[in-house]
Design a protein around this ligand. Sequence first.
Ligand SMILES: Cc1ncc(COP(=O)(O)O)c(C=O)c1O
Length: 408
Amino acid sequence: MSLDLDFVRAQFPAFSEPSLQGQAFFENAGGSYTCKQVIDRLFRFYTQRKVQPYADYEASRLGGEEMDEARTRMAAILGVETDELSFGPSTTQNTYVLANAFAGMMQPGEAIVVTNQDHEANSGPWRRLAERGFEVREWQVDPGTGHLDPAALENLLDEKVRLVCFPHCSNVVGEINPVTEITALAHAAGAFVCVDGVSYAPHGFPDVGTLGPDIYLFSAYKTYGPHQGLMVIRRALGELLPNQGHYFNAGSLYKRFTPAGPDHAQVAACAGMADYVDALYDHHIGGGEAQVSPRGQIVHDLMRSREVEALTRVMDALKDRNDLRVIGPTDPVTRAPTVAVDLGRDPVAVAAELAGHGIMAGGGDFYAVRALQAMGVDPNRGVLRLSFTHYTNDAEIDQLLTALDAVL
Ligand SMILES: Cc1ncc(COP(=O)(O)O)c(C=O)c1O
């Protein structure tokens, strides 16, 4: 079965927005279009429920219920318990809170492993723990391919390591890392695992429960939703780490790592991401009683297979060119459609030229400064990044390839 792209695109108002006609969007890794289910819920919250939630009057009760619904349904898709999912302002903010919590749990001299493949969000907050007496070890990418070799991690693990942080997928290398295998290595050494899923989740929500990490982070504004950071923190770790919220909220697992008051409307609107998954499932597979976790997996697989098909065309066009270097693997099956290329010249200027051909793309370091440096790319110059998702159609891929031929 293949994805019905007409149906998919009908779920996104941006595709019928007059001012965006003729514009093909290739900066999805920066933030996706928003599905109408999310927009509708956001509008409804602001127009009908914009009161303090969780009281007994109708508007308040409905607002609170919708916030709970978002957590319950997204947690089910992610294969975890409802209170193992929490919402914060952004993934970077969430990581800073988590790093502070680890600092409160670890003993001086204990260690954390970080990578130089990550976006700074899952790197800098942890590296700063060095200033507080903890050892930080760097798991380094292969400078040619950007690959993170699990065998190299094994050499960094010993009884001092409390946490291993790595990306499910880097936002410039694009390779999908084997989360379950890496998690097993870390767990065998007695370490917890924190995975940055920001660049993976837009390509299909993963079953985090089956994948196995203790922490899984992603950003809803890249998964068709509002500007929120979602955080899975498995119970055993969440109850061990010191509470970062108000002392009287320590008994609620989902409140322990979100010290700020939540953005009620955006949390509620996150249920629209679950509506979108359901809409895709119902359209392709049929209605009936929801088995939530398999639904998520089926929709994930539908998205991925469409992406691999489209990415094959892009990679075939790019991989043999001698005027650019593709960062990361060229096999579409092993990577996300987040394709960074080093042009050896200013990518911002090239992105501007592409804009003249109706291509919306960007250039720069994308906050993956360490990964670019490790691969010999000058981060001050940066890369051109072409990123898309399951909703990108063949006409847009054609438009991209024609535009690249014209400007490169
Ligand atoms: C891979 C990756 N991790 C983390 C982040 C940071 O997410 P947020 O903007 O929610 O802090 C980004 C943002 O671009 C990202 O691409």
